[in-house]
Design a protein around this ligand. Structure first.
Ligand SMILES: Nc1nc2c(c(=O)[nH]1)N[C@H]1C(S)=C(S)[C@@H](COP(=O)(O)O)O[C@H]1N2
Ligand SMILES: [Mo]
Length: 274
């Protein structure tokens, strides 16, 4: 387990390269789809249009705004076939939380574990794994892209976050969905537990799920048992593992380092679109 470099934006190369490559692919796909709707067809014709060259040049400057304009925040991440699934889904970051409360739940096979959904909601809810498994589910085979430059394809099954939010009913002033995780990152203190946040575009995206199965089996501890986030249009560090609580907030400025996530507080971008 190798944590990403501390200050990637200022000095790291790994992040820029990994991020840039994936972004260009994604952006080009979206851009080509848009050209398709303009009535252009065929590669030869396309490659002669000035728009195509402009897209290639402009694709280097991917940002959240560009995603909105070119790909659209609701565009789907690529899904793969069973044959593409990796034999082993790599684990990264925390692979086994050492926190006492988590260990107690783990020892009991997560029978006493409950997902809390609270904060700015009309109806706070508390759900067991059995409750979650009885809910509508989505299964998707997707590629996980870590900022460190590796990717793995896996099959995830879980409850669409949109469905869970439908039950909890976010209040009008809620703007972000925050995920509180079980694992402490720097010594066993509540203050260093992993956390993440996403906006409502991603929260209600069709492929955003809280997954309890990986490759047709209950999620292994290394990959975030009993429940982890899949937010397929963003890089690996946004995919919170060991999720204990989903908290609706208006702002994350006053939470921990104020940047909306553990790695964000350590210099990573909050929006990690791919
Ligand atoms: N709670 C928690 N979530 C986490 C992490 C972590 O250390 N703790 N690491 C993140 C990073 S950097 C990546 S790449 C993925 C790794 O998921 P995996 O272990 O299933 O490969 O989880 C993300 N979510
Ligand atoms: Mo990562």
């Amino acid at each position: 387990m190798k944590p990403p470099p501390k200050k990637p934006i200022a000095s790291g190369h790994a992040r820029g390269l990994a991020h840039g490559r994936a972004s260009r692919r994604q952006m080009l796909r979206g851009a080509l789809a848009s050209l398709g709707t303009l009535g252009l067809a065929g590669c030869d014709r396309l490659s002669n249009t000035p728009a195509y060259t402009e897209i290639l040049a402009g694709a280097q400057h991917v940002s959240q705004a560009a995603h909105r304009v070119v790909a659209g925040r609701q565009a789907m991440a690529q899904e793969f076939s069973e044959a593409d699934i990796a034999a082993h889904f790599k684990g990264n970051g925390t692979l086994a939380p050492r926190d006492d409360d988590y260990l107690a739940l783990q020892q009991g096979g997560f029978a006493n574990w409950k997902l809390e959904i609270g904060g700015l909601v009309a109806k706070p809810v508390s759900l067991s794994l059995a409750d979650l498994r009885a809910m509508p589910s989505r299964t998707q085979i997707t590629r996980h892209d870590c900022v460190e430059g590796w990717s793995t394809i896996g099959k995830w099954k879980g409850v669409p976050l949109a469905h869970l939010l439908g039950q909890a009913q976010p209040l009008p002033k809620a703007r972000y969905v925050l995920f509180r995780c079980a694992d402490s990152m720097e010594g066993l203190t509540v203050d260093s537990r992993y956390y993440e946040s996403i906006d409502f575009d991603d929260a209600y995206h069709a492929q955003t799920i809280l997954a309890y199965d990986l490759n047709d089996k209950p999620l292994p501890i290394a990959n975030g048992a009993p429940l982890r986030l899949r937010v397929e249009r963003q890089l690996g560090y946004k995919h919170a593992k060991y999720v204990m609580k989903v908290e609706l907030v208006e702002s994350f400025a006053a939470i921990r380092g104020g940047k909306g996530g553990y790695w964000e507080d350590n210099g990573y971008e909050w929006y990690a679109g791919i």
